[in-house]
Write a protein that binds this ligand. Structure first.
Ligand code: F6P
Length: 546
């Protein structure tokens, strides 16, 4: 039995969860006109409104007590100090060291990692400026025009999501292409029309063993050598981001062209490291530094703000409340800002790879649901796709709504139209539409009593669907850095509250091992009987028809 479920706060929250099941959010708003003031917090550049979550002041106090009893502050200090809190892999968890703008020393095994980080940042700055200014020349003396960034998971999602978020600010010095899928169609499309003489490849892989990335990297070398002919030309066109120098060397990348990271940076928390090189190349090093600044501001907020107003902690507590106590098994991420269109995909890895687990620190199976299924897309597109389910489906999906005050690009009154949808949706999800309102509406439209009777059940919206709203000043480099760091610390707190080790990913490792065995079995036409009948049957079907 997990110790969390034994806590006084946990037991109190279980009782409260039963009690609030008969409460409607609309009633809570009718009874208390100060919910917004009570249940919203701010930090520079961010407003977080959680008043449309199904909580009362009593529930909030119990949640804060859960944070206290879970010793969030002690765990937070241990993370920032560099303790090896990733205990299943015996590693520190120090993505915060990557944006430690104060440059205060942080020691891991007696080594000041802040110095290492700053050195690597200088190297990143120098290299990105050389490439962007045209000083870095390819094998025929031409400057780089296109960058192909190859990597998957944490070695792709962060840089690509940030690149997409900030592309309104790009000066178009370089074209950026991302390749993550081993499906050859993605690499083929990325390389279409590119000139090997002016193309730079960034191979990002912490381990430099990930099969999909290495396959894409090898095929890129082949494509390049088909023109360059001479292997010595690789040095001007392939750089790597990795912790594994042996493997980068074996691949043929010169040591000086390898940007390092460290085992205390988890893949899904690595965009702040040299993994962010594509961001610096595409937007310039200054923009990359601004992303780090934004995240650093959130680190300071997380460290120094009391629990009651600590935004990432509140985000985590609300997630635990919705999932482990109220039983909602999914959560939607709905950005009302086109720039954030990749955020749901990014957060899927962030939250689900971190906390999609079922045993507590001591290895016992936890008696509660841990994290929800994270999904979503830009709000407006979602409205015309799956919001029907959010409004009237018989499963409740709590959602995060994210918008910004200032649009990246002003076009007529588009932004006010976008924002009116943002406001309308959370209001509708909270309040719903009852029988009385439906009847009044249909009567006003001249419908008969009989017609109203036939329609009424279909038109009722139960409401009572919990949402949180984030309003950012703007999605600029600092703004996106802040947003991502808020979610990172939410994920950290969620792990502590649920007693989940957030920093390993054994579930993903399992699939990797199995696929590599099957890859060998596909290398000839012999029949394969080593699996269950379904898997062997599927392999046989494929092999006989390929
Ligand atoms: O998806 C599993 C994973 O191990 C992620 O945690 C990681 O971000 C990704 O693979 C890529 O790993 P690497 O950077 O070592 O290629």
């Amino acid at each position: 039995m997990s110790s969390r479920a034994e806590l006084t706060s946990w037991k109190a929250l279980s009782k409260s969860a039963e009690a609030v099941k008969s409460v409607h959010l609309k009633t809570l708003f009718e009874q208390d006109g100060t919910r917004f003031e009570k249940f919203s917090s701010q930090m520079p550049g961010v407003l977080f409104d959680y008043s449309k979550q199904l909580i009362t002041s009593e529930v909030k106090s119990q949640l804060i007590q859960l944070a206290e009893e879970s010793k969030i502050d002690a765990w937070r200090d241990r993370m920032f100090r560099g303790d090896k809190i990733n205990f299943t892999e015996d590693r520190a968890v120090l993505h915060v060291a990557l944006r430690n703008r104060k440059s205060s020393p942080i020691l891991v095994d007696g080594v000041n990692v802040t110095e290492q980080v700053n050195q690597e940042l200088s190297k990143l700055k120098q290299f990105s400026e050389q490439v962007r200014s045209g000083a870095w020349l390819g094998y025929t003396g031409k400057a780089v025009k296109d960058v192909v960034a190859i990597g998957v998971g944490g070695s792709n999602l962060g840089p690509q999501m940030i690149t997409e978020a900030l592309k309104s600010y790009a000066d178009k010095t370089l074209n950026m292409h991302y390749v993550s899928n081993v499906d050859g169609v993605q690499l083929a499309h990325a390389l279409e029309g590119l000139d090997p003489e002016t193309t730079l490849f960034v191979i990002s892989s912490k381990t430099f063993t990930t099969s999909e990335t290495m396959t894409n990297a090898r095929s890129s070398v082949e494509w390049f050598l088909a023109s360059a002919k001479d292997r010595s030309a690789i040095a001007k066109h392939f750089v790597a981001v990795s912790t594994n120098l042996d493997k980068t060397r074996a691949f043929g990348i010169a040591d000086e062209n390898v940007f390092t990271m460290w085992d205390w940076v988890g893949g899904r928390f690595s965009l702040w490291s040299a993994i962010g090189l594509p961001i610096a190349l595409y937007l310039g090093f200054d923009a990359f530094s601004e992303v780090l600044e934004g995240a650093f501001e959130v680190d300071e907020h997380f460290k120094n703000t009391e629990y009651e107003n600590n935004i990432p902690l509140l985000m985590a507590l609300l997630s635990v409340w919705n999932t482990s106590f109220l039983g909602h098994k999914a959560q939607a991420i709905l950005p009302y800002d086109q720039a954030l269109h990749m955020l749901p995909a990014y957060l899927q890895q962030g939250e689900m790879e971190s906390n999609g687990k079922s045993v507590s620190f001591d290895g016992n199976t936890v008696p509660y649901t841990t994290v929800p299924l994270i999904w979503g897309m830009t709000g407006i597109n979602g409205q015309h796709a799956f919001y029907q389910y959010l409004h009237q489906g018989n499963t409740i999906v709590p959602a995060d709504f994210i918008a910004s005050i200032e649009p990246q690009v002003k076009v007529g009154n588009h932004h006010d139209i976008l924002m009116s949808n943002f406001f309308a949706q959370t209001e509708a999800m909270m309040a719903g539409v009852d029988a009385k309102a439906v009847t009044a509406d249909l009567t006003a439209k001249g419908k008969s009593e009989k017609e109203i009777e036939a329609l009424i059940a279909h038109k009722i919206h139960q409401g009572n669907r919990p949402t949180s709203s984030f309003i950012l000043d703007k999605v600029d480099a600092k703004g996106v850095g802040r947003l991502v760091a808020l979610y990172e610390h939410k994920i950290f707190c969620q792990g502590i509250l649920l007693e989940i080790c957030s920093f390993d990913q054994w579930g993903v490792e399992l699939g990797k091992g199995l696929a590599s065995n099957i890859e060998k079995e596909l290398s000839d036409d012999h029949s394969v009987n080593s699996h269950d009948s379904s898997t062997s049957g599927l392999i046989a079907y494929y092999k006989s028809r390929r």
